[in-house]
Design a protein. Structure first.
Length: 263
């Protein structure tokens, strides 16, 4: 007998065309679709199969979610648990998978486009510009959910790399204070993307010093990705030479021999 299965599907950031082909196919084949209605675009469910049950999960607690999925899966039905962005980042999937496993139900994760990368795309950012920043930290400011002691924002910010902040739009005062304490300046660049890839998306380019005021002006208090990065500083990018070795005509690699430069 085949083990009961629940698919955890990343729906992407909002644009219904940014889901994977596999994720879209599984949704269209599912008998039960349980989706995070506060952030997942309902347009994803316009072509579900006849008789499919589509339920919103924002108002449910963990045991309710698991009961609904387990009942369907144990009956041999195809279950699609649809999360915003990519389920592996702030998806709260571990607790669901653990409880499903206790009932003999397996899970499979289908990755999706994270809001962090959708926001970078909307703002036309490369988060890893050569010789400027080569590391990206995905994190959040500490709110009602505490952060592990070694993951305080002020400590992470000291790395001076690209930092994408989830779930932090209501904690901007704390965010700014943490970055300034870590050695950033009020002139350092910040990009805020509200509802990345949605029709009402807003891309806000600002600085740490103006961040609170500019977010207040645009009434951005939720559903926003905040990216603090040297790579968001357009003036610095234009004034410096940050070209990669990959396409440098003098650089030799496995697919191309570099040209000699004669002075």
């Amino acid at each position: 007998m085949t083990q009961p299965l629940v698919h955890m599907i990343g729906a992407g950031p909002g644009d219904p065309e940014l889901i994977t082909v596999k994720g879209k196919k599984l949704i269209e084949e599912a008998d039960l679709i349980l989706y995070t209605d506060s952030l997942v675009n309902p347009e994803l469910f316009t072509n579900v199969k006849e008789g499919a049950v589509v339920k919103k999960s924002a108002g449910m607690h963990l045991d309710e979610l698991v009961d609904i999925m387990a009942e369907a899966a144990l009956q041999g039905k195809k279950v699609a648990r649809v999360h915003t962005g990519d389920p592996s980042v702030y998806g709260a999937i571990f607790e669901q998978m653990k409880k499903l496993a206790e009932r003999g139900i397996d899970t499979k994760i289908i990755p999706g486009v994270s809001a962090a990368f959708a926001a970078a795309a909307s703002a036309k950012l490369e988060l890893t510009v050569p010789e400027l920043t080569q590391t990206v930290i995905l994190t959040r400011a500490e709110g009602r959910t505490p952060m592990p002691e070694k993951e305080k924002l002020v400590d992470l910010a000291r790395h001076q790399c690209s930092i994408a902040l989830f779930l932090s739009a209501t904690l901007i005062k704390k965010v700014v204070a943490s970055f300034l304490e870590a050695g950033w300046t009020k002139e350092d660049a910040v990009v805020v993307v509200y509802k990345a890839s949605w029709p009402d998306e807003i891309v806000l380019r600002t600085t740490l010093g103006r961040l609170q005021e500019d977010m207040r002006k645009h009434r951005i208090t939720k559903q926003a990705m905040v990216i603090v990065s040297k790579a968001a500083d357009e003036k610095r990018l234009q004034s410096g030479n940050f070209e990669s070795k990959l396409y440098d005509k003098t650089f030799t690699h496995g697919y191309r021999k570099g040209e000699k430069v004669y002075e």
